[in-house]
Design a protein around this ligand. Structure first.
Ligand SMILES: Nc1nc2c(ncn2[C@@H]2O[C@H](COP(=O)(O)OP(=O)(O)OP(=O)(O)O)[C@@H](O)[C@H]2O)c(=O)[nH]1
Ligand SMILES: [Mg+2]
Length: 238
């Protein structure tokens, strides 16, 4: 792999998963890691600091103390990332649902796309260990989002993505208002409106085995409203 990449990993209470994830990521030459921790009560931030110290300068930690939230964490991480000389900026979850093994494929696909989605819903993609209820929720969410927003990707809610740095840098983050997982949909919508080429690469998504999910009813409510808000506000970048 000859492109350099910075992987932004938001964390909240991921003390068991994070060391395994970082190990897998740093196996890839040219890959660096930026952990954005939301002051996790379980001490993930301190564990991340230890990993960073042992990383030969390839990993850093941003400790957030402002209003918590996945969307806000991504905004802070992206602001740092777009100002650095990496070819590609990636996003992924810390809970090992996103296998670092797929990363080179996603990065390589940025040769021909501005944003590449690690997708569960294209040919070759798969989900391991999700209960039927969770599968249905994700399927329904994607149909709902695609119908309301007219976005074309099959997997609009995947948090495993790689961007060309200039493409990500061209999005106006100050306009993003989502706090939770809807932030991912908002990013894709803005990218699509900005004319970015969006590609999907199949991944096998594995349900977390360690730690706890943060999917709450407030987050689900925001996810139901966001597609309509995006369409209504005609979210565009200058
Ligand atoms: N910084 C930060 N990270 C968060 C926050 N909420 C979730 N995360 C991280 O975002 C990623 C996705 O969160 P998960 O809890 O795995 O959510 P999910 O994948 O939709 O749900 P599961 O499938 O149940 O795991 C993980 O790396 C979390 O640690 C937050 O408020 N702030
Ligand atoms: Mg998860």
């Amino acid at each position: 792999m000859n492109k350099s990449a910075l992987v932004i990993v938001p964390t909240f209470n991921e003390r068991e998963s994070l060391p395994l994830l970082v190990k897998g990521l740093l196996l890839h030459p040219g890959v660096s890691v930026l952990v954005v921790d939301d002051n996790s009560p379980d001490g993930t931030g301190a564990i991340a600091d230890d990993l960073a110290r042992a990383s030969d300068g390839r990993m850093r930690v941003l400790h957030r103390t402002e209003k918590p939230g996945l969307g806000r964490s991504y905004v802070d991480g992206i602001r740092i990332a777009v100002g650095e000389p990496f070819d590609v900026i990636c996003q992924m979850d810390a809970d090992l649902s996103h296998d670092p093994h797929h990363l080179p494929d996603l990065i390589a696909a940025t040769d021909h796309a501005d944003v590449v989605i690690g997708s569960r819903y294209v040919s070759g993609g798969a989900i391991v260990n999700w209960p039927k209820r969770r599968r249905l929720l994700s399927r329904f969410a994607n149909i709902y989002i695609r119908t309301v927003t007219r976005l074309s990707p099959r997997d609009c809610t995947s948090g495993y993505r790689c961007w060309r740095r200039e493409s990500l840098g061209s999005l106006d983050l100050t306009r993003f208002t989502s706090d939770g997982y809807s932030f991912l949909v908002e990013m894709l919508f803005a990218a699509s409106r900005a004319g970015c080429r969006i590609a999907e690469v199949p991944i096998t998504f594995v349900e977390r085995r360690l730690g706890e999910s943060k999917l709450s009813s407030a987050v689900l409510f925001e996810s139901a409203v966001t597609p309509w808000r995006l369409v209504a506000t005609k979210h565009v970048n200058p």
